[in-house]
Write a protein that binds this ligand. Sequence first.
Ligand code: NAP
Length: 250
Amino acid sequence: MITQKIALITGGSRGIGKDIAMNLSQKGVDILFTYRSNKSEAEATVAAIQSFGRKAVALPLDTSQPNTFPAFFEQAQVILQDKFATDRFDFLINNAGTSVTAPVTETTEAQFDEMMNIHLKGVYFFTQKALDYLRDGGRIVNISSAVSRQTFSGASAYAIMKGAIDVYTRYLALELGPRGIRANVVAPGAIFGGSAMQDSPEIRTFVAGITALGRVGLPDDIGGVVAFLCSEDAKWVNGQRIEVTGGVGL
Ligand SMILES: NC(=O)c1ccc[n+]([C@@H]2O[C@H](COP(=O)([O-])OP(=O)(O)OC[C@H]3O[C@@H](n4cnc5c(N)ncnc54)[C@H](OP(=O)(O)O)[C@@H]3O)[C@@H](O)[C@H]2O)c1
């Protein structure tokens, strides 16, 4: 018997998270995803997933607020039972996030805390709570960034938190091995088309110029890699970081 797979994706309403949701749903996975505040965009993504014949539910969540996570998972559990006829999901994709750009000398404590809460503390404790509902043998994919390996001026606060997620993922892989749960990182380069990346013709020209494949990255470049890590083809990939940049800093 084939058990229906379900993915929980944070920030699945647009950008990279939406592409992950679309790619997984096209491969037959049902989707529970979160958005922060843009409900109409989330509803459009639900409709797009449903057009592939898959189930989709969107829930609001601010991943920088760990005190809200217990209530979120109580709500998610009801939805899993009512809409998906199960009490577990199979794939956790920690994707939600924004960025700040400021040199070290100008980064404020508020900016640093914002990055820490969204990209580190939020991911750490959201995953911790999610483990009660993630099926044994499931997968965790954390969306990091190329900037955790390569340095770009102005990215320090953001990049530090992404670097911490790379480390966290290895610990998840180690400690969850007995449950058969694999944890890996996907580290995109600059991806244009979402609001997390500053966008201008000059920045696009610069990024294309440092990319071996000679163009900028798009959300559509990422979802398939995440779907691969969730597939049985990647069953022996664990605790790894896959950089998806088209070839930057080689
Ligand atoms: N774009 C890039 O160049 C790039 C490169 C490397 C890594 N990444 C990483 O990839 C992930 C997605 O980036 P993206 O460019 O696709 O972003 P995006 O297009 O701006 O979409 C962000 C998504 O996350 C949600 N979100 C934002 N802040 C949130 C918060 N505090 N709590 C919960 N949800 C929140 C948004 O919901 P609303 O629409 O409701 O606000 C939206 O669904 C991020 O972790 C980012 O750091 C991005």
